[in-house]
Design a protein around this ligand. Structure first.
Ligand SMILES: [Ca+2]
Length: 346
């Protein structure tokens, strides 16, 4: 049943001010505020039941990037300066490799099959699902509460990476979609298993820019060049009606749109991607930035790239310089990740 319970989205989870309204809006991905004792979820079919051949992470394509100095951040007037998008600053990076695509359900299934890892959404027994993606015939019993500042985010018991919309849903028919409902802690565990790391924010943004300098998107400054969609975001009226003009309402296969100039797919839109750094809005200001890794501690981790829920009328964080954050144990149906392999000498 939908109860009167509401959950507060933490400041770290908030989308921040929208360009027009300048009011706090928690649209990006809500914080879980998981202060309750984790409960054991019911036994669920293991990822090993996925019939598709599991792709070992070592076989996943990676892009080698030479590093060097690039201009990070933006002074875009319709951005979110309070997020710390600016100032534009030179940042130097050592060479590294980055996954060409976000980690998919198929990839994560291989990790789970090998390690029997249980995500935090599984341990706590629930995750956040966007309201219109919950099957209509199940919405009354499936939703346990909503986020006060963003009532389109629903607490759904049984929602996890294997069951993205709750117990009756499955990833069986979406092996190439990015895995979702993974917390930062879950993503970090996958990265460690695969002998990789989560990207620093600087690595992510450098890779996302695809060799272009100071462009809004991975492909340039025009959102739909030639009238063609280049990423999976929201069209229509948020949060009530998504026309899915780009072909997708919800997540999509990671290779649905062309790659950027460096060969990275699904960079902006589709799902947010966790970065290694703790989030701080001004930590980077005035510092010498060589292989920056963010503050030593914090409350929330950086997320980049925006998701299928982003719309210019509400949150245009599908830009490469945009940033938001969430607490490390939070999960939702629009947060995933990709990994990097550092090549600099330790
Ligand atoms: Ca879309």
């Amino acid at each position: 049943m939908i109860s009167n319970e509401t959950m507060s989205a933490s400041d770290g989870a908030n989308c921040g001010d929208c360009p027009e309204g300048r009011e706090q809006k928690a649209c990006c991905a809500p914080a879980a505020a998981r202060d309750a004792v984790p409960v054991s979820p019911p036994e669920s079919p293991c990822a090993g039941n996925l019939e598709a051949a599991f792709t070992a992470d070592s076989l996943r394509p990676m892009v080698s990037l030479p590093g060097g100095t690039f201009l990070m951040g933006t002074d875009y007037p319709y951005g979110f300066p309070q997020d710390g998008e600016g100032p534009i600053r030179p940042v130097s990076l050592s060479p590294f490799q980055i996954d060409a695509c976000p980690v998919t359900n198929q990839d994560f299934a291989a990790f789970v099959a090998a390690t029997h890892f249980r995500t935090e959404a599984e341990k706590f027994g629930w995750s956040f699902v966007f309201w219109s993606h919950i099957p209509k015939d199940r919405s009354l019993e499936a939703v346990e509460g909503t986020v006060a500042a963003a009532p389109w985010w629903c607490k759904v018991p049984g929602a996890n990476w294997q069951s993205p919309e709750g117990p009756s849903s499955s990833v069986r028919d979406r092996p190439e979609h990015p895995v979702v409902h993974v917390s930062w802690n879950d993503a970090h565990a996958y990265a460690a298993w695969s002998s990789k790391s989560l990207p620093t924010e600087a690595q992510w943004e450098y890779a996302a820019r695809g060799g272009l300098e100071q462009k809004l998107y991975p492909w340039g400054d025009e959102l739909t060049p030639g009238g063609k969609h280049r990423c999976n975001i929201w069209q229509g009226v948020f949060p009530s009606y998504d026309t899915a003009e780009d072909g997708f309402a919800g997540s999509c296969p990671v290779d649905s749109f062309p790659p950027n100039g460096s060969g990275l797919y699904s960079v902006t839109g589709n799902v947010w991607e966790w970065c290694a750094d703790w989030f701080h809005a001004s930590f980077h200001v005035g510092k010498v930035l060589s292989d920056p890794a963010g503050p030593a501690s914090g409350q929330a981790r950086v997320m980049k790239g925006g998701s299928f829920l982003c719309h210019a009328s509400y949150c245009n964080r599908y830009r490469v310089a945009a940033r938001t954050s969430n607490t490390p144990d939070s999960s939702a149906s629009n947060i995933g990740f990709r990994c990097v392999r550092n090549l600099r000498p330790e």
